[in-house]
Design a protein around this ligand. Structure first.
Ligand code: GLA
Length: 433
């Protein structure tokens, strides 16, 4: 008996994810907040859902349409305590919006806070978890983003935060409807340690800000592992720094959420948005668009439709890339090497330049394949540049076979991303391991 239990235990994955069968790859979709804040209504949301379809974004995987803060009426139903939507903004109710989104073949999400109020000052769900979860399920909701404002001080240690967030996790499960549970407690108390079996994803930092690297005192932490004030206005490179040690905690069904995308919102250059999108994809953050999908520039479309980058994010292995090194550059920026593995003996690596001038570096393939061992990394690899198109117009241009090193030139604030596949030499090497 003891032996068979042991055998069973060793057959289980090391970490159990929330058992709702959802988010086996990071969730993808569109959310109202980054672009529209509280200025939302039925027309905007249904119109955006239609634009996701007509721009072929749904075919690429952007399937969740997420209603963020400010859908609420002034107060709950005074008799039942059930949540009520703002009828001026949503004349057909949230259920009416959900029906239209489902008719388009998409899924729909809603937002609340594990506090007395939401961050926008609407009624929160603390103490109302069951009735809220039931109501969301009755509206046909498929996804809940659950925030952390006005939490009445019920945070500060992992067990205290766990209890508050687990109350909603349980309530959602009890509805019997599969509802993706996206925790948004900004990394407080280390959700990557306490939430792996209660949530499908958890935010790791204060709110993103449409800027590449500007320091803002409102995002004061330098290390999320020891952060008492996650804040907001966190630039892209800062959130990426926070995420660097956390990849080890994410996997199928439970992801680090680096916050919603800003691509297309105007605060960054094309190269900066490429970096933002690429790195979010490599570390397996949910890819939630935060721009106006009814009105997009060609540059924005180019970035968010790169299916080779999306394939990295959605790789069935669910293994986040990790940062191998970060080296200071003479211009004050740094060069970073990130690498990760994909299914079928495929690999991905990225070279990111946070500095303000071009930089060329010989990237050691032994470094790229640190996790696979020296023998493997000494092999020969065919590399595909995932931000170049091949002759047939597909993302991922074969740039040749390499052994030992590859010389990479990266522009200011740019990221180069490569998929690597072992050529025959490296295949022999892996057999020797
Ligand atoms: C918090 C969250 C944001 C957004 C707003 C809404 O700041 O972190 O993503 O949901 O609340 O008020």
């Amino acid at each position: 008996m003891a032996r068979s239990l042991l055998a069973l235990a060793s057959a289980l994955p090391a970490v159990m994810a929330l058992n709702n069968g959802l988010a086996l790859t990071p969730q993808m979709g569109w959310n109202t907040w980054n672009r529209f804040g509280c200025g939302i209504d039925e027309d905007l949301i249904v119109g955006s859902a239609k634009a996701l379809v007509s721009n072929n974004l749904t075919a690429l995987g952007y399937n969740y349409v997420l209603i963020d803060d400010c859908w609420h009426a002034d107060s709950r139903d005074p008799d039942t305590g059930a949540p009520v939507e703002n009828k001026d903004k949503f004349p057909n109710g949230i259920k009416g919006v959900a029906d239209q989104i489902h008719d388009l073949g998409l899924k729909v999400g809603i937002y609340s806070s594990a506090g007395t109020y939401t961050c926008g000052g609407k009624f929160g769900s603390l103490g109302f978890e069951e009735i809220d979860a039931k109501t969301y399920a009755s509206w046909g909701i498929d996804y809940l983003k659950y925030d952390n404002c006005y939490n009445e001080g019920r945070a500060g240690t992992p067990p205290v935060s766990y209890e508050r967030y687990n109350n909603m996790s349980r309530a959602l499960n009890e509805t019997g409807r599969p509802i993706l549970y996206s925790m948004c407690n900004w990394g407080e108390d280390g959700p990557w340690n306490f939430a792996v079996d209660i949530a499908n994803s958890w935010r790791i930092s204060g709110d993103i800000y449409d800027n590449f690297d500007r320091y803002d005192v409102r995002c004061p932490c330098t290390d999320m592992l020891d952060c008492k004030l996650p804040g907001f206005h966190c630039a892209v490179t800062r959130i990426l720094d926070f995420s660097a040690p956390l990849g080890q905690k994410a996997g199928r069904g439970h992801w680090n959420d680096l916050d919603m995308l800003e691509v297309g919102n105007g605060g960054m250059t094309f190269d900066e948005y490429v970096t933002h999108f690429s790195m979010w994809a490599l570390v397996k953050s949910p890819l939630i668009l935060g721009n106006d999908v009814t009105d997009m520039s060609d540059d924005t479309k180019t970035i968010i439709t790169n299916d080779a980058i999306i394939a990295v994010n959605q790789d069935p292995n669910g293994s986040p890339a990790t940062r191998v090194w970060k080296r200071s550059l003479p211009d004050g920026g740094d060069l970073q090497l990130w690498s990760g593995s994909l299914v079928n003996n495929q690999f991905v690596f990225a070279v990111l330049n946070t500095g303000t001038s071009n930089h060329t570096e010989d990237i050691s393939l032994i470094d790229v394949f640190t996790d696979q061992g020296k023998s493997f990394g000494s092999g020969t690899f065919t590399l595909f540049d995932l931000w170049q198109k091949d002759d047939s117009g597909k993302w991922g241009k074969n740039i040749g076979d390499f052994q030992g090193k590859v010389s990479v030139t990266v522009g200011a604030h740019q990221t180069k991303v490569y998929r690597a596949t072992p050529a025959s030499g490296a295949k022999r090497a892996v057999d020797e391991l």
